[in-house]
Design a protein around this ligand. Structure first.
Ligand SMILES: [Zn+2]
Length: 695
């Protein structure tokens, strides 16, 4: 649970970002004959036609909507994607209410319903107060030495404990048929090392210290203010030696296999045996170290930090991780800091929405994973897709996927900058991709999991342990290519380590995909998303993995150089964008996503042209087919965010803020200039020889 909650495993995250780069992207209503937006799938009333498309294409397509829309108080940002989440939440709400009211005992519905009821039982949670986590706090107080604390850190895999190292299982990047354990840097309670080290985030860091003191004080921890100062100092020392998110994107650098003896030699200051034992990995003899130079330094910080500070840190971290499930003083403090201060969100979502997130669903898109919890996510997904995933939607989307894949193939064959040898490997890589749609073929087993309606904290622990057991049990088995690492109700998609491209049921709804919309709009929406995911196989990270999905350099030196010249040009464009005054996009951090956006939109446009079968596209409300593809793209990314949210996004999220996902790719595509008559002198005009052409 905690691996995906408050302190995401950054190294594993980096691998996932490389291997499972998500786009920001729910089930179309098969009964509806009219599209959800406008007469042909696009909301004309959202446009601001007083803006020249070449001066701000985002405003041209969505300016009136941006002006008339207020971000709801319980959200840090508001997007059309979020209206998809709202629809999913409404359906999940109905399902959980009826499951809670009386599902057959022992069924998956009964378990999910009990979890939901446990969260909704505010009175019981209120009465329990801090005693709900008394077991963890006692274990921390009882810890005799650093070794005992390292054991608790190992248990972060199954409990509320925090750890200065992350531990996860995924396919071995150099032997894709087996699993490996990845160990990497962790230990930070703020979203990124920049929050500790850069003056721009001084206010957030100070607020964090206040929050640490507040939770420690609620626990009755002695000297809470002084302890909080020491906790933040401890984390700052970790931040100083941690890798940046950009450094974490280099797959060659984060792949460092070590035997257990080598791991101990690498970072002797940390008691690895007891830590791995705590994670139920006592028999594991080989791990892959991610941030290999940071790991020994973090171990040294741990060894030189006095016990009282480490205990205060662990007590705070447990409380912070559990606060979402605790009584009002704890949950309110957490909301106030994590959602309000860090993201600018004024109001907490209503309790049933939080209960859904607790069970494992709801508002968990790539935009905002702050309140996104695993727990019974795959179980909830089974219940959801039993009710809300139509075979018609499945076959329509599969046809779209295969068109886009064919267009990608044509574009690869036609590339003028890549040598034939590299191109051949690229084409065979494309052919090995598996496309997964809707939900996993093999459901997760929840048979032995015990969930009670009267003990929320015990439920969270039980679900986390159940989840971790799933990974530990398969460790020595062959990699299961049918596995999913995103739940079916998720409004997102990914390109994963199993050479799979996954479109959960949750993403297949308007505006991204509407079976009743004009084809051009769907190509600009879900088509470009499919192209985006395919492109990830060839972005600055994905290109390092070969057709087998293994980390191997299959590029000629000449191709690699040519690719990086083009990628650098794209990065330079994004570095110049300021989503809020004074804050620039990090063109390196967002490079993979930006390459995928540009590649995805190009491929979608190509696929749309192919879908016309040589016929001319019709005009709709005065818009040509090409114009509608670009408008579909702009509509799919329509949204507005609070400034604090954007500031956090820019340092910690590999996706560019939305307005630039709209204008960033279009200005590099010749067809956009032709479609909207964009001319020299327009703000986003780029000379033809300066446009970035990659995929
Ligand atoms: Zn992506």
């Amino acid at each position: 649970m905690l691996r995906t909650a408050v302190s995401p495993n950054v190294a594993w995250h980096a691998l996932r970002a490389a291997l499972a780069s998500t786009v920001l992207l729910a089930v179309a209503n098969p009964a509806a004959a009219a599209p959800q937006y406008g007469a042909w799938g696009f909301d004309l009333s959202a446009m601001d036609r007083s803006v020249q498309p070449g001066n701000d294409f985002n405003r041209y397509a969505s300016g009136a909507w941006l002006d008339r829309t207020a971000i709801p108080a319980d959200k840090a940002l508001f997007t059309l994607r979020m209206t998809m989440n709202d629809a999913i939440e409404t359906r999940l709400h109905d399902l959980m209410e009826s499951a809670a009211a009386g599902a057959k005992p022992g069924t998956l519905e009964a378990k999910a319903g009990a979890f939901y009821r446990a969260y909704m039982d505010e009175g019981r949670i209120q009465t329990a107060g801090k005693t709900a986590i008394a077991a963890e706090i006692k274990a921390i107080n009882d810890a005799a030495d650093h070794t005992a604390l390292a054991h608790l850190m190992g248990k972060s895999t199954v409990d509320f404990y925090g750890s200065i190292f992350n531990i996860n299982e995924d396919a071995d990047l150099k032997n894709i048929h087996r699993y490996a354990i990845y160990v990497g840097q962790a230990g930070l309670g703020l979203p990124d090392r920049d929050y500790y080290l850069k003056p721009d985030f001084a206010a957030q860091k100070a607020a964090y210290q206040t929050y640490v003191a507040q939770l420690l004080s609620l626990l009755g921890w002695k000297d809470s203010a002084a302890s909080a100062a020491a906790v933040v100092k401890f984390e700052t020392s970790i931040a100083e030696v941690s890798w940046t998110k950009v450094e974490q994107r280099d797959l060659d650098k984060i792949y460092n296999p070590k035997s257990r003896a080598e791991l101990k030699a690498l970072a002797p200051a940390f008691p690895w045996d007891i830590y791995l034992k705590g994670a139920d990995l006592g028999a594991v003899n080989r791990v892959i170290a991610s941030e290999v130079t940071a790991i020994p330094k973090i171990a040294a910080v741990f060894a030189s930090t006095p016990m009282p500070v480490l205990k205060a840190w662990q007590a705070f971290t447990v409380t912070d991780n559990a606060a979402f499930y605790l009584s009002e003083p704890f949950s309110a403090a957490r909301f106030q800091f994590r959602n309000h201060t860090l993201l600018g969100q004024p109001a907490e979502p209503v309790r049933w929405k939080r209960a859904l997130r607790a069970v494992g669903g709801g508002d968990c898109t790539g935009d905002d994973r702050v309140d996104c919890f695993g727990n019974m996510g795959f179980g909830l997904g089974q219940i959801y897709t039993d009710h809300y995933f139509s075979p018609a939607a499945k076959s329509k989307i599969e046809a779209l996927v295969s068109n886009v894949k064919a267009a990608m193939r044509v574009r690869l064959e036609r590339l003028d900058w890549m040598t034939p040898a590299t191109k051949q490997e690229a084409l065979s890589k494309l052919d090995t991709y598996q496309i997964k749609v809707g939900y996993p073929d093999k459901p997760r087993d929840f048979g032995g999991l015990e969930i009670r309606a009267d003990d929320l904290i015990a439920d969270v622990r039980a679900a986390a342990a159940w989840d971790w057991r799933h990974y530990v049990n398969r460790l020595n088995k062959p990699v299961d290519r049918a596995d999913w690492s995103m739940t079916p109700q998720t409004n997102d998609a990914y390109n994963g380590s199993l050479r799979d491209i996954v479109f959960p049921a949750g993403i297949l709804q308007p505006p991204l995909f509407d079976p009743d919309a004009d084809a051009a709009i769907n190509y600009g929406g879900i088509g470009a998303v499919i192209g985006h995911e395919l492109s990830h196989g060839f972005d600055d990270e994905g290109r390092k993995l070969d057709a087998k999905g293994e980390l191997r350099d299959w590029w000629t030196a000449q191709d690699a150089t040519e690719f990086s010249v083009r990628a650098k040009k794209l990065a330079a464009q994004y570095f110049s964008y300021q989503p809020v005054p004074g804050t620039h996009i990090n063109g390196d951090l967002t490079l993979g996503e930006n390459i995928a956006d540009l590649g995805g939109l190009n491929v979608a446009l190509e696929a749309y042209h192919r879908s016309l079968n040589g016929q001319a596209a019709r005009m709709l409300d005065g818009f040509s087919g090409d114009q509608r593809v670009f408008l579909g793209w702009a509509q799919a990314w329509r949204g507005k965010a609070r400034e604090d949210y954007v500031r956090k996004q820019v340092v910690s999220d590999p996706h560019s803020p939305r307005a630039f996902r709209v204008v960033g790719p279009t200005r590099n595509i010749d067809a956009w200039y032709a479609a909207f008559d964009v001319k020299p002198g327009d703000i986003y005009y780029v000379e033809p020889d300066q446009r970035v052409r990659i995929w």
